[in-house]
Ligand binder design. Structure first.
Ligand SMILES: [Zn+2]
Ligand SMILES: [Zn+2]
Length: 343
């Protein structure tokens, strides 16, 4: 079968290759991939500018949905051949460290991740361990976005906490930004999304999804607008989802005293920021990375109950052989969520 392989560390070194279809290990399930999403982090893997270990040669990709076609000997009856599923990007964690024992296996030092240290889902068949069944009303396309949605549930609900009525700002209207915006709205937040002129279509998508406020920061003084909408105080919560240094500076200028700032986007390098403001404003700063089981369950419930619309974010589909075009589109931030459909 064909797979998109990162075959060497460094910028580039990715190609469509023949890869071996491996039978599932004892605890593994083989899933026939129906849809796989290109994540911003896959672009970072391509360019080799991500602070997560990559072990080449490795099939890339960690966001997927599919059908169970084979089970390892120790897999129980809760998973059946033919089940429509998605699966966690964590495929190994030690189970004994402080983080694992408190349920935060996303932080386990020994964690192995699909598409980084083990073969991922940009191929026809993929072996995974921690599966979740897709609700009947969730399509394969939407189901392939469970992983990024779970990341956003972890960031918004578990790490930050949005209370009903909070004024919430999201910087960066990409797929992650809009998922964060939808989760924050589901939590009762009054949400504003900002982007640049390049993001015009993405901001329109945000409006279609029912996000009450959108701003093009190139034509509107975004900080002033946020102040105006919050009686001069600033936002209760800010989620920086763009991974652009200037956006982080702006986001920190939007949050109110004793407000919350959560960094979701990745810069890929150290950035310069006025850290002193966190002291003067008593800002609560948080990080968020990956996700854990409760966030997966909540993500699927949010989709099933139509509180978050992933389907509308799926903008383009490509076969594996067209991966370069798909990656280029993602790189240029064209469209929204770009899916690969293995042929
Ligand atoms: Zn992802
Ligand atoms: Zn551990």
């Amino acid at each position: 079968m064909k797979g998109i392989v990162k075959y060497k560390l460094g910028d580039g070194f990715m190609e469509l290759r023949d890869v071996e279809k491996r039978p599932p290990g004892q605890n593994e399930v083989t899933v026939e991939v129906k849809a796989a999403g290109i994540c911003g982090s896959d672009l970072h893997i391509y360019h080799n500018d991500i602070n997560i270990p990559i072990v080449p040669p490795v099939v890339v990709g960690h966001e997927f949905s599919g059908v169970v076609v084979e089970k390892g000997a120790s897999v129980g009856d809760e998973i059946a051949i033919g089940d429509r599923v998605t699966g966690e990007s964590s495929i190994y964690f030690c189970g004994t460290c402080r983080y694992c024992r408190s349920g935060y296996y996303n932080l386990c030092n020994s964690r192995k991740i699909l598409g980084y240290t083990a073969n991922g889902c940009f191929t026809k068949y993929c072996n995974v361990i921690y599966l979740h069944k897709l609700p009947e009303n969730v399509s394969f396309k939407a189901g392939a976005m469970t992983e990024p949605l779970a990341c956003c549930v972890h960031g918004v609900t578990e790490q930050t906490g949005v209370s009903a009525g909070d004024f919430v700002v999201v910087t960066g209207p990409g797929p992650i930004g809009l998922l964060v915006a939808m989760v924050a709205r589901a939590e009762g937040g009054n949400v504003l999304v900002c982007g640049t002129g390049r993001d015009t279509d993405r901001l329109k998508t945000a409006e279609k999804l029912g996000i009450p406020y959108t701003i093009n920061i190139e034509t509107t003084d975004a900080v002033a607008r946020v102040k105006e909408l919050t009686q001069g105080y600033g936002a209760d919560v800010v989620f920086e989802c763009s991974g652009v240094p200037q956006a982080a500076v702006m986001a920190l200028n939007m949050v109110r005293k004793r407000g919350k700032y959560t960094q979701v986007g990745l810069f890929g390098r150290p950035i310069e920021i006025d850290f002193e403001k966190i002291a003067f404003f008593e800002i609560e700063v948080r990080g968020t990375v990956s996700q854990r089981r409760p966030a997966w369950e909540r993500a699927l419930a949010l989709m099933e109950r139509k509180m978050v619309d992933c389907e509308s974010l799926a903008s383009h589909e490509f076969g594996l052989s067209e991966w370069k075009r798909a990656f280029e589109m993602a790189e240029k931030k064209e469209g929204m969520k770009i899916l690969l459909i293995p042929e």
